[in-house]
Design a protein around this ligand. Sequence first.
Ligand SMILES: [Zn+2]
Length: 201
Amino acid sequence: MQELIRRLLADLGEDPTREGLLDTPKRVEKAYKFLTSGYDADIDQVLNNALFTVDYSEMVIVKDIDFYSLCEHHLLPFFGKCHVAYIPTDKVIGLSKIPRIVDVFARRLQVQERLTNQIANTIRDKIAPVGVAVVMEATHLCMSMRGVEKQNSFAVTSAMAGAFRDNARTRMEFLELIKLGHASPVIGDGTATGMACIGED
Ligand SMILES: [Zn+2]
């Protein structure tokens, strides 16, 4: 990867041998390996010993989870807040593991819609809850830095399943609790209300 980065620097018109850039290929490789470390993560290992059988059937919410991901169309960051809720059937996930699940999928090349769905699907698959909801709000640097659709570089996506999809009151309770500062997301699987990067150019 370091040789590729040296070539990239040269193609950009830079001198890869000047002092400030000498260690850049090494740093970039290290950074990209960390930012895409989700590919190597094993979700079962992440959740190891953190699924508990409980007698609890109220909504569990973890909100304002910071996340950072890379847009697969431009390899530029998109980042923001993730809100997760579920209603357990008989199992819950240790609360600290929810942000870990978000990281596993965020640390890959992504589109926001797929990222949202993957988090919701993982929770659904692991604990078969009565319902699960994930809302993600993010700023896309590939839009805002390039001045493309500047006012629309902010996107909200949601994935709702089970009770959150079928029961408007449950859904509203969740949306009220996360106090979304913007228009309520369209209810659907990974539907975007804003304009996430769609890789047009
Ligand atoms: Zn992009």
